[in-house]
Design a protein around this ligand. Sequence first.
Ligand code: IMP
Length: 165
Amino acid sequence: MEETGGRHIVALCVLKGGYKFFAHLLDYIKALNRNSDRSIPMTVDFIRLKSYCSDRSTGALKVIGGDDLSTLTGKTVMIAEDIIDAGKTTQTLLSLVKRLNPKMVKVAGLLVKSTPRSVGYRPDFDGFEIPDKFVVGYALDYNEYFRDLNHVCVISETGKPKYKA
Ligand code: IMP
């Protein structure tokens, strides 16, 4: 809220993995708004990205749905990402968004993996740094399974063949 200078924020949810974090983050910002003397108006947008099959990155990022992003031009944008692994997904999304000339873009990442695959990208705001393991739950999936869990956990090696693509 401090960094946006009280301007209208467009909160951009990266689907599908970001939906729970996005919902809780917006609830929290709303609570801050309620308890402060100047509240920040917010609107929400959604984008759907896919780059993973099972627990492997396919190396190609696909935008497979969501709102028309041209609405981000001139706006202060806050992107909510589930997890930054190598960091390529967020970097690619950022370059897509920046092409639309927003006023400001900030990224909030719930989880940041500590991995040798990292391209060195760090989000503006991060929640938790986690070890280099494949995690599921709280909207993060393994071949679309486990998004419904309320907690985040590491998928076991014996679980992987059961839920293979
Ligand atoms: P990056 O491009 O390597 O940073 O990958 C980021 C994207 O890969 C995330 O938005 C997720 O969709 C997916 N991903 C990476 N690691 C995990 C994981 O541990 N669990 C679930 N999805 C993951």
